[in-house]
Design a protein around this ligand. Sequence first.
Ligand code: HEC
Length: 129
Amino acid sequence: MTRIFTSIACILFIVACGNNTPPDAAGTQSESTQPTDITMHPDYEPGLALVVANDCYNCHKVEDNMIGPPYQEIAKKYAGDAAAMDMLAEKIMTGGSGNWVVDTVMTPHPTVTKEDAVKIVKYIMLLKE
Ligand code: HEC
């Protein structure tokens, strides 16, 4: 009986170690964490902190409509559109309307610098999934 347990323990040990071989682990990890866990992305934290520090969540939610369009929809609309990134950063600073069918105008954010606005846009673009 003890022999069987020892063999099982040995097999489990080998299997566990087999899964941990460095080249495989490194390869699969970066592939699996990038698309699924956006919070690990370097652009996530800085942008989120700025959104929280400003009044953005008074009018925006990530997935649902509020006064402004959901960030997820904004990310989908402009995905892959490099030129839009600059326009969006400018719009965060100066406010405006016309790109979404909503009744309200986005208020300007004069205290947000261009550098910070770009960080916010990068964060929003991560939310497209
Ligand atoms: C007073 C409510 C309000 C606040 C506060 C607000 N927004 Fe908006 N936001 C809107 C509305 C309304 C729109 C849709 C504008 C349009 O139709 O072009 C919008 C649109 C946007 C867009 C898409 C712009 C476009 O042209 O497609 C982004 C990006 C955005 N907001 C980011 C932010 C960020 C970041 C903040 C915080 C710094 C913020 N918003 C604060 C109401 C708001």
